[in-house]
Design a protein around this ligand. Structure first.
Ligand SMILES: [Zn+2]
Length: 262
């Protein structure tokens, strides 16, 4: 990037930040902290879409990541139909928790993802959730097409999901019904993933990265257990062992910010 381009990019960022401050109720009310948080979530959400590509979870522009803005009634989601290579922090879209685009904010000239209403419903109804991901990843969606939960028959799945990955209801895109199905299925469930019947995967997490991790792990276990079944019926793991593995992984292994949201 040349100096002029850098300056231009800086200027555009400042103008957009001013728009976001104004939309959020004035610079003083919004506060520098909220603007910084919006900028961070924009950068995270834009970057994390590349992980969906890297792990082979999406084709074309299907699939989306969103992240809640900490300390604000806002979230950031990708625009609809834009090539993954063209996603940048400044064309991510800032929405309120009803799924309305924040007017005057960066990217607000684009349409948000067609799944925005579903993401918004999850954020409104699950305050502990900081990130939501949707994919049609192949093996997991094959389980969804059969309307069959993925059974917990490998220890890595017990660690990550604490049991089976459940199936949610059949729901048509365009209103709250997908969001309602996600919330009804995952509320109080250990799993951070739901297979929406005849559709695909939605995952939740403490933040956008955690939800992306859950989407990657969902496809991984969907594939492994599918392959296992080609040779016979997988051996179940005792429920007590699943409980112990889940507790250990969530409380001891890794960093405290990873793992279950409940
Ligand atoms: Zn979909």
């Amino acid at each position: 990037m040349s100096e002029t381009e850098t300056e231009a990019a800086g200027g555009a960022a400042e103008a957009a930040a001013a728009g976001e401050a104004a939309a959020a109720g004035g610079a003083a009310a919004a506060g520098a902290g909220i603007l910084a948080a919006i900028g961070q979530v924009r950068a995270d959400v834009a970057r994390l879409h590349a992980e969906l590509v890297r792990y082979g979870l999406i084709v074309w522009t299907a699939g989306n990541v969103s992240g809640r803005v900490p300390g604000a009634e806002l979230f950031v989601i990708k625009p609809s139909g834009v090539d993954y290579d063209e996603l940048t922090p400044m064309n991510m879209i800032l929405c309120d928790l009803d799924g309305n685009v924040v007017e005057g904010s960066a990217g607000s000239d684009l349409k948000p993802s067609s799944d925005t209403a579903a993401h918004a419903f999850v954020y409104r109804n699950m305050p502990e959730v900081g990130g939501v991901v949707h994919t049609h990843s192949t093996y997991a969606t094959a389980w969804a097409a059969r309307g069959e939960p993925i059974p917990c028959v490998i220890t890595g799945m017990a660690d990550e999901f604490g049991g089976e990955i459940p199936v949610g209801p059949f729901a048509i895109i365009g209103d709250d019904s997908i969001g309602r199905g996600i919330v009804a299925t995952l509320s109080g469930h250990r799993s951070r993933a739901v297979l929406m019947r005849s559709h695909g995967v939605f995952t939740i997490g403490r933040n956008a990265r955690d939800a992306v991790k859950a989407a990657v792990m969902t496809e991984d276990v969907a594939r492994t257990i599918h392959i296992a079944r080609q040779g016979g019926e997988p051996v179940p793991i005792a429920p007590e062992a699943i409980d112990a593995l889940f507790a250990r992984y969530q409380n001891i292994y890794g960093q405290p910010s990873e793992g279950a949201v409940h």
